[in-house]
Design a protein around this ligand. Structure first.
Ligand SMILES: *Cc1c(COP(=O)(O)O)cnc(C)c1O
Length: 229
């Protein structure tokens, strides 16, 4: 067994538990997703043996391939990276949750890719920066996108997702405050869409403090990522 992995996972989980306790929140209100992008499928198997049941990938091909390789039926795969519209069908086939719905066309394509009566859990991604390349809908178009997703019967809108700006752009805590207010707006439109996906290796404590329900943690648990292929 991979003891370093075990140690880092336990350390991160202890820090999450402490942050959740300090925030006066219930332990079960937070799901820790381990981001396994660029790592081999074996790492996912090792994590599975350590009890991890939620993993995140940011590229469709890697997601599709690893899901097939690992083949564990009770592992939930979270698609967390920008999705090209022409990859929507493949993403729908491999992801249990899609965190990065940031435009009407992508929502429509994910909906059109439904092959049976099942619904796909999705989150709308908010861009907390002014840079369109980051992915995510800008705040001014958030309500419209939320309302559109709600019209698509094969999508189950669960909430809001965001990536904090880089530290030199803005402190995570203040960006997360804006995110928390946006999440309130989403809940005002769709009360059941109460997931908030935020928080990475360096800012998950701040994310817990603003009410994140899904933390996407990579390197703090997996160690440094191999070079992007
Ligand atoms: C890579 C990635 C993460 C995890 O990043 P770490 O800093 O390694 O924890 C979280 N969210 C998204 C969208 C990512 O692409």
């Amino acid at each position: 067994m991979n003891t370093q992995l075990h140690t880092r996972l336990a350390e991160v989980d202890a820090r999450i538990a402490e942050a959740v306790r300090a925030a006066g929140r219930a332990p079960e209100s937070v799901t820790r997703i381990v981001v396994t992008k660029f790592h081999p499928a074996q790492l996912v198997r090792d994590l599975y043996e350590l009890g991890v049941r939620d993993v995140g990938e940011n590229r469709q091909q890697e997601l599709t391939q690893k899901r097939a390789d690992v083949a564990a039926t009770d592992l939930r795969w979270h698609a967390i990276g920008q999705v090209q519209t022409n990859k929507a069908r493949a993403v729908r086939a491999s992801a249990d949750v899609v965190h990065c719905v940031d435009r009407v066309r992508l929502a429509n394509s994910l909906h059109a890719a439904a092959t049976d009566e099942s619904t796909l859990d999705v989150l709308v991604q908010l861009n907390l920066t002014d840079d369109p390349a980051r992915g995510g809908v800008h705040l001014g178009e958030l309500d419209q996108l939320v309302e559109h997703v709600l019209t698509l019967s094969s999508l189950n809108l669960r909430g809001l997702m965001a990536v904090a700006p880089l530290p030199e752009e803005e402190a995570a805590a203040s960006a997360f405050d804006r995110l928390a207010r946006a999440a309130e707006r989403v809940r005002a439109i769709a009360p059941e869409a109460n997931w908030l996906s935020a928080g990475m290796s360096h800012d998950f404590v701040e994310a817990v403090n603003v009410g994140a329900t899904h933390l996407r943690i990579g390197s703090a648990i997996t160690g440094p990522r191999p070079q992007q292929g």
